[in-house]
Design a protein around this ligand. Structure first.
Ligand SMILES: Cc1cc2nc3c(=O)[nH]c(=O)nc-3n(C[C@H](O)[C@H](O)[C@H](O)COP(=O)(O)O)c2cc1C
Length: 197
């Protein structure tokens, strides 16, 4: 399967330190021919950090995707009834958004898009990036690993000596994980060898 013409939601949440690598993968996705619908969480749409200014982020994703970024619950809601997306990718997915998805909380454009996609029994691919993946959010990760139509970009402990509960997806595997998710398969191994930096 190729990604040519595949209608792909690309939802970005506030793991700001991963934006650099995630935006490279978004570019690769667009170059692979995916028809991308960018979605920004409220926090990514309004927060300037040392990593990126929010206006620059919006400009980059809109330029890559060739369409306006979705930034409200109202604009994300049609993904459900109109069955627009073949695949929804959440990359990066914060601990905050992971917890909301696991708990059925729908109060951002990203969680609204996820709700709509799962209502349609279509795949959601999550690229987790959170310091509490093996602590406060471990239960949410476990719940979503066992949730129908939810798949993960393979992840690892990114610094097991200094922040032993931190998990980060291997963002370079977004495209192969997306191809697998479109076939309702989890790319394996989902758990990669950890490292310390
Ligand atoms: C500079 C900066 C970096 C952050 N990095 C992360 C991160 O890597 N993972 C994470 O789960 N939260 C991170 N956060 C916290 C989230 O941005 C925060 O929980 C926010 O409420 C997430 O909202 P969202 O999930 O709707 O985007 C970071 C915050 C800041 C200011």
């Amino acid at each position: 399967m190729t990604l040519e013409g595949i209608k792909t939601g690309f939802a970005i949440t506030g793991s700001f330190c991963t934006f650099d690598i995630v935006l490279k993968e978004l570019k690769n996705l667009c170059e692979a021919g995916a028809d991308v619908y960018p979605i920004l969480s409220y926090n990514t749409a309004r927060t300037d950090t040392r990593f990126i200014k929010c206006d620059d982020l919006k400009a980059i994703v809109e330029e890559l995707a060739g369409r306006p970024a979705i930034g409200t619950i109202v604009d994300a809601e049609p993904f459900g009834p109109k069955k627009i997306l073949d695949l929804l990718i959440v990359a990066p997915c914060t601990g905050n958004t992971l917890a909301k998805i696991a708990s059925g909380v729908t109060d951002t454009p990203v969680t609204m898009a996820v709700k709509g996609q799962l209502r349609n029994e279509r795949p959601v691919l999550i690229a987790v990036s959170t310091n509490d993946g093996l602590s406060a959010n471990a239960k949410n990760l476990g719940l979503l690993l066992n949730t129908k139509n939810v798949f993960f970009v393979p992840f690892r402990q990114d610094n097991y000596t200094k922040k032993s509960n931190s998990l980060v997806a291997e963002m370079s595997q977004i495209i192969p994980a997306a191809v697998s998710a479109l076939e309702y398969r989890q790319l394996q191994p989902v758990l990669l060898a950890g490292y310390c930096t």
